[in-house]
Design a protein around this ligand. Structure first.
Ligand SMILES: [Zn+2]
Length: 115
């Protein structure tokens, strides 16, 4: 959850999902996404859906084809949607965004500020 402000995308909350998981895949249930969207409309949740996150334990930082498809699904909610991948075995993470005319690209670390 977050908002776009002054040319920066602020991520200030998360909603856990993806209870349909295996070692190599996860699914954000469409029903949960619809519930979150409804809660936003009804004012029960502040902010907007700005992306999604998941981990790749022991597999590294990348977006699989499924991840890219998921990213484009979130892109429908916001052109600034991001995908965050965490590699818990190293503590590293990566963020991907959609860049017009290019496609989904990894955001340079210099663009990321953790407050
Ligand atoms: Zn993935």
């Amino acid at each position: 959850m977050g908002a776009l402000d002054d040319q920066a995308l602020w991520v200030n909350d998360t909603i856990p999902g993806g209870n349909e998981t295996s070692e190599v895949s996860c699914v954000f249930p469409p029903q949960l996404l619809a519930q979150v969207a409804n809660d936003i409309v009804e004012g029960k949740i502040d902010g907007s859906i700005v992306g999604w996150y998941h981990s790749h334990p022991g597999h590294g930082l990348f977006l699989s084809q499924t991840d890219l498809d998921t990213h484009m699904g979130f892109h429908q909610f916001s052109p600034y949607a991001l995908s965050l991948v965490v590699e818990p075995s190293t503590g590293e993470f990566g963020i991907w965004i959609y860049e017009n005319g290019v496609g989904v690209v990894q955001l340079p670390v210099s663009y990321i500020h953790i407050i």
